[in-house]
Design a protein around this ligand. Structure first.
Ligand code: GLA
Length: 503
């Protein structure tokens, strides 16, 4: 075709609105979105894209997972993909556009506000895992002698998530002294996720700007007669995407000991990208050994959501407590589902080694005081750690009364260290009993129904006939347990008795 003819054709095509193939940008790359956490650190999401014409394949990498995406298509400068097929009601749809060197990607999720991220081309290493360190050979970690009764204290996560700092922790410690929480037994002040920064050249873990001096903070907390707890993960990253202890277990345990840390919660999260659930015992043993080697008494709390029957091996890896479930939320459905599903783990609890159905939500506002009394009663019967999760700087007298009910705390802290078992379930009426040191028994009568109930206790069924009854919420003696006793239990409520030693 000669020059003239070609020009003429071009003119015809353009006037007809036919676009010529343009040099559309190729999306194939590892794109990194960095969202500031507000403490000098960033949360990274990596988008791995492979573009072939209009088809986009790849994955989304978060701190704890790499998920391939589906339905990826490119249309000029815009693209879209989804976390799951349309049949999944919880899928996230991602809508993006490329402009110059930048992508804007909007996450559209059911029931949540849209979120827009900006991503830039990252290096080939972006989102890639470090080399997998083989888990060590198993051996029993000797008991550290701590937590002879379930640990009690406070933890930042349920109320504050990442929005807390050194000043908050100091103020919580002050409040625990002033409001009687410390004297009721709540001694651990535990910093959860989001205190970490990266590491220095020698591999030492750094704190972010919310926690300028961890040793000074520990000194302060200790000066109040309290103890300080901290948080990490066996993975490269924690659940919130902060620096984990992977490959630095010994360094980190030493650093904690130098700072004066008394408690470590060690949260699986980021380790899931490198290890199978069956590796959990060996991976947890590694930190159990490292903590022990410091020579400092540090309570060791395993957090891996009850996977891999942790109650059967948690004590062998040096664990003082282990989570038995996923995360609690501040509502009746979550709390009661978790609390009433703990029966089967009962036999594994013993002094020094406890099942942990997660931290308390008492006082966070999502349940009624009646429901919070059920929460407190059930956790105490279960010999669960009592880690308050509310803002103790401003706590109502009612909530403080629930958290510091010494008669109920005494059930939790009973030195025999046995966990309650469910002795009957009649529809949504459940009775749980816990044997106590010295021969008494704690009896919890729970009403999970939406309406109040009159419940008849038969002393023969409980083998507690004639025992003296103490009502632990009314703080009143209530005679001896006759053949039957009928109690009124409010909806979602509890009647908690201590029945004295028989004859
Ligand atoms: C997990 C744990 C929580 C909390 C967060 C922090 O979800 O189960 O208790 O520690 O991580 O990121």
């Amino acid at each position: 075709m000669n020059q003239k003819l070609r020009r003429a054709w071009l003119l015809i095509l353009l006037t007809a609105g036919v676009s010529l193939p343009s040099a559309a940008p190729d999306l194939t790359a590892r794109w990194v979105a960095r969202a500031p956490n507000g403490d000098g650190t960033f949360r990274e999401t990596v988008f791995v894209f492979n573009q072939r014409g209009a088809t986009l394949t790849g994955s989304v990498i978060n701190p704890t997972s790499e998920q391939p995406f589906v339905e990826g298509t490119v249309d000029g400068d815009t693209f879209t993909f989804a976390s799951a097929p349309a049949s999944n009601p919880r899928r996230t749809v991602y809508r993006g556009a490329i402009k110059g060197d930048e992508l804007t990607i909007t996450l559209v999720r059911p029931g949540r506000p849209d979120q827009t991220l900006t991503a830039r081309r990252g290096p080939d290493s972006a989102g890639r895992l470090p080399e997998r360190i083989p888990p060590p050979a198993r051996h029993p970690v000797p008991d550290n002698g701590l937590a002879r009764t379930p640990p009690m204290g406070w933890n930042s996560w349920n109320r504050f998530r990442g929005n807390f700092d050194d000043a908050t922790v100091r103020a919580i410690a002050d409040a625990m002294v002033a409001n009687g929480m410390r004297d009721a037994g709540y001694v651990y002040v535990n910093i959860d996720d989001t205190w970490e920064a990266g590491r220095d050249a020698s591999g030492r873990i750094l704190t972010n700007r919310k926690f300028p001096d961890m040793k000074a903070l520990a000194d302060y907390v200790h000066s109040k007669g309290l103890k300080l707890g901290i948080y990490s993960s066996p993975g490269p990253l924690t659940c919130a995407g902060y620096e984990g202890s992977y490959g630095h277990e010994v360094d980190d345990a030493r650093t904690y000991a130098e700072w004066g840390i008394d408690y470590l919660k060690y949260d699986w999260c980021g380790a899931a990208r490198l290890y199978a659930d069956s590796d959990m015992p060996a991976v947890y043993q590694k930190m159990g050994d490292a903590l022990r080697a410091t020579g400092r008494p540090i309570v060791y709390s395993l957090c891996q959501y009850g996977r891999h029957d942790v109650w059967t091996w948690g004590a062998d890896v040096g664990g003082n407590l282990w989570r038995t479930t996923g995360d609690i939320a501040d509502n009746w459905e979550s709390m009661s589902r978790i609390g009433f599903s703990q029966d089967e783990h009962g036999p594994f609890a013993k002094p020094g080694h406890w099942n942990d159905p997660d931290m308390l939500e008492i006082g966070n506002g999502g349940m009624t005081d009646t429901e919070y009394r059920t929460h407190m009663s059930l956790w105490s019967l279960l010999s669960a750690p009592l880690l308050a999760g509310n803002d103790l700087r401003s706590v109502s007298p009612e909530i403080l009364g629930i958290l510091t009910n010494r008669e109920v705390i005494a059930i939790d802290q009973d030195p025999l260290g046995r966990q309650a078992r469910r002795v009957s379930a009649d529809g949504e009426i459940e009775i749980w009993t816990k044997p106590l040191a010295g021969g008494a028994t704690a009896v919890g009568v729970f009403n999970r129904r939406a309406a109040a109930a009159e419940v008849t206790i038969r002393c023969g069924d409980l083998q507690l006939c004639g025992g003296t009854v103490r009502d632990l919420w009314a703080h009143a003696d209530a005679g001896a347990l006759g053949p039957t006793r009928t109690v009124s239990v409010p909806s979602h409520g509890v009647v908690l008795f201590k029945v004295g030693k028989l004859g």
